[in-house]
Every structure is written in C-alpha cells, then in structure tokens.
Ligand binder design. Structure first.
Ligand code: ATP
Ligand code: ATP
Ligand code: MG
Ligand code: MG
Lengths: 232, 232
C-alpha cells in the first residue's frame, strides 16, 4: 500500500541577516507497508516522525526520493487528485489536533463526509456514532475550547475515522489520554485493523501503545535505525 | 503555600434554542500543599485536572469555594495583583503549550522576564540558558511552526521556569516527549524541587512520571478520590 524509497526532507531556515541554513530532517527513509499492517513508529522528540507522517499523508512533499501510494507515484498526482486521496482514502490524526475552533465537535467530525459529498443529515449521524465510539457521545455540541485536551484529541481521532479510510495515520493519538481511555482508543484501532483490514501507521512515545502494533519502526536523527515485525 | 477549600466550578452551556445547561466540573475540591512539595495529579480525561490547574494558576475563578495562595485570598486580589502573582511567583506549563506563533522560541521564553522588568539583553541570555536545559540550545531562533510537538512543549516548559517561580504548575508536560527526553525534563523539575525548594504541581497520565512526586492526588468526575504521600 505504501512504498517509500530514499525519502529526504530538508528545510531552509533564515539565519542571521543574509544567510539561509539548511537543516536536513529525513535521510534516505525507505519502507514498504502492506495492506492490513499495523505499524508503530517511535523515536526521540525531533527525530522526524511527524515530518514522515506528513509526507505519507500527502500533506507535504519530500525534497528527494519517491512515494508510491496504492501503486501511484504521489509526486505525479495533481492537487485535485491529492485532495481526493486525502479525503477518501486517508484518515489523519494530527499531533496538534487541528480542530476547527468555531465548529462544534459534531461538525468537526462531520466535515470530511460533507467534503466527500455525503448529505448533511447522514454526515451528522455518522459523526455522532464516531463520537460515541470515542466516549464523547454527550459532548457533540461542545466547541473545542470547551473540551479537555484528551477530549479534543478524541474528536480529532473520530474525525480521522469518519469516512472509513483504508489507511489511518495517527500521530501520537494517546498523548493526552489516561491509561483507561488510551486502552479504549487502541481497542477501536485494533478492531478496525483486525475486522476491516484497515492499515494503521501510528506514532507513539509509549511502549504499551506500540505493543498493539505488529511491526515497529524506529527513527533516530531522521534515519530509520530499526524496522522489524513483532509478535502481537 | 496553596490552600483550597470546597472549590466548585460550574460551566453554563447553551443548549438548543432557548436553554442553558449547567455542567459541574469540580465538586468541593479541598487540598493543602506546603512549600517544597512535589505533587502529582492524575485522573481520567475530562475529570477536571486542567480546570483545577487553571484555578490554582489564577487564570480562572471558581464558582464557589476559597483559594488562599501564600496566605492571601485570591478572590480578594485586584486584576493587577493577580497579574503580578502570575508573572513573578508562578510558572505555568499549559497542556496546549500556548506559545506565541510569531515569536522565536527565544523570545517566547524571554517574554515573562521582559514583563517583570528585566532588561532585554539579560532576558534573552537567561532564556537561552533555559532552552539549553531542555535540550533546545540550537533551536532558539526557530518559530513554533518550525518545531516538533515535543520541542514546542519544551519551549513552554522553559518559559515557565525562566523567572525562577516559587510554584510551578505543569499540565501534562511530557505528553509529547519520548522516554529519554521525559527523563531529562523530570530531572530538571526534580532538581528545582530538591535544590531550590520550588513547589511543583504536575498533571500527568503516566505512572512513571507521577513516580517523581512525593504525593499523589487523584481526581474522578471532578472530585478528589485519593490524596496521599508516597515514598520517593
Ligand atoms: N469552557 C467550558 N465550558 C463547558 N465545559 C467545559 C469548559 N471547559 C472545560 N469543560 C469541561 O470540563 C471537564 C473537565 O475538563 P478538564 O480540561 O479540566 O479535564 P482534564 O482532566 O484536564 O482532561 P484531560 O486529561 O483530557 O486533559 C470536561 O468534561 C470539559 O468538557
Ligand atoms: N518548517 C520547518 N522548518 C525547519 N525545521 C523544521 C520545520 N518543521 C520541522 N522542523 C524540524 O524537523 C525536526 C523533526 O521534526 P518532527 O516534527 O518530524 O519531529 P518528531 O519526531 O515528530 O518530534 P516529536 O516527538 O517532538 O513530535 C525537528 O528538529 C524540527 O525542528
Ligand atoms: Mg511529532
Ligand atoms: Mg487537561
């Protein structure tokens, strides 16, 4: 489903009065992920995990290297095709949630369905089901600033799942959740992976959370230093 | 240092066309925290931890109940006095970081010192030291959107420590940090507590992090259900 080859990402930063400095953040990252896999990505703060996830989620382009998603070279897709992939096939849980502040939780979760052309009534019903699944059934009319950190995180998770994506990219989805709530969320991911064959790539800092996956990839200073299957 | 008695917090939410609904989020929270203590607060997502922290940090007012900080009744302080307390005596690490997006990391960290009347040169020097302590010495000129989640979190931590506060309120300061970086940050907190007697109240979801504290308070549905000292 996912094949990346020698992905590199370099940022240019303004430095001082005249210069720019280049900061390389990913070095020759190569990976293949098959449909139905459940992969955990770990690594130190700043090691490049979110940068890699943004590339996998077609939210950013690499400085060099190739990325084939479902057999298609992502670099060759038009902006319109990319938007369609992101909307129909991908669910992305952002490390910083990225909720729309002026909408309720329900409308935040319904948004991807509306973009996909689903009716308003059906979008809101499906969004309510997803909020129920993440324990937020009673909070659908709350706005993000009325929700706790972990509740906002769960709205972001519900939104990523609402259009039944084939691929879920979750960037530290349990960072703001207590152990019990984390277990419930990981149960949802595990069920989607086992029962529906949905492919999951999940960044986490916690070994307990990584243990739900069947494969572990470790990044260090922008390079893959470990990539192997684990018994689960 | 901190004494709260029967703190309650009720939010009013607009519900439907005409009504408002009241949602009680803290029920009769009573606690005393002495100078030099290191207290961990745990509880499920939505149990009221951040709400309590905002009350302790003088960022919000309770619906009922009393709060004495260093012997002074917080409800009787003027806005000016509250601002002075927050600036000189308190360091707050927000769950959502709350960094200023258009400033560099260095200027974000220096801001509390500038407000306290410290010279620009000295503020920036002190800010640089704090960034060094949280492993961000090379990132002082980066803006928040150029930093990883865990790097932003550490800028927020540095900012909370920069004016040598007597009381640090840290709301899930390691949620976005890997185990090694978390250990470094907790080492900084432990040192401040042991060597300088700084009082620390820290919200966390992780038992390993709570283990650094000498006392554990547990919230459930807005009530204190556990409050006891632990060996550390
Ligand atoms: N402005 C508000 N209006 C209405 N309800 C609110 C508001 N702010 C917070 N709440 C509610 O108060 C409850 C407690 O929120 P709080 O942020 O204190 O939880 P928390 O324990 O910090 O959770 P987490 O671990 O997820 O960060 C939540 O159920 C939340 O929905
Ligand atoms: N726009 C940018 N310009 C310059 N550098 C950037 C930019 N975005 C990210 N970086 C740098 O890229 C590096 C990797 O960032 P990334 O967000 O991928 O880390 P991460 O592994 O997700 O870390 P964390 O666990 O803290 O979330 C960091 O050192 C960061 O400072
Ligand atoms: Mg990240
Ligand atoms: Mg909170």
């Amino acid at each position: 489903l996912i094949r990346v080859e020698r992905l590199c990402k370099i940022y240019s930063l303004e430095s001082g009065v005249n210069g720019t400095v280049n900061s390389q953040v990913l070095y020759d990252v190569s990976l293949s992920i098959n449909r139905g896999e459940f992969v955990a990505i770990m690594g130190h703060s700043g090691s490049g995990k979110s940068t890699l996830m943004n590339l996998l989620g077609c939210l950013d382009t690499p400085t060099s290297g190739h990325y084939w998603l479902a057999g298609r070279d992502v670099a060759s897709l038009s902006e319109k095709e990319l938007a369609s992939v992101r909307n129909h096939n991908l669910g992305f849980v952002f490390q910083g949630f990225n909720l729309l502040k002026r909408m309720t939780a329900l409308d935040n979760v319904a948004t991807p369905l509306l973009y996909a052309g689903v009716s308003r009534a059906e979008s809101r019903q499906r969004a309510q089901e997803l909020l129920q699944q993440t324990g937020l059934g009673k909070f659908s009319e709350y706005q993000p600033n009325q929700l706790s950190g972990g509740q906002q995180q769960r709205v972001a998770i519900s939104r990523a799942l609402v259009n039944n994506p084939q691929l879920i990219l979750a960037d530290e989805p349990t960072g703001n959740l207590d152990t019990q709530t984390s277990g419930e969320i990981m149960g949802v991911f595990k069920r989607l992976n086992r029962e529906k064959g949905i492919t999951i790539v999940l960044v986490t800092h916690e070994d307990d959370i990584a243990a739900y996956a069947s494969r572990l990839v470790r990044l260090k200073d922008g390079r893959v230093i470990h990539d192997s299957k684990v018994d689960s």
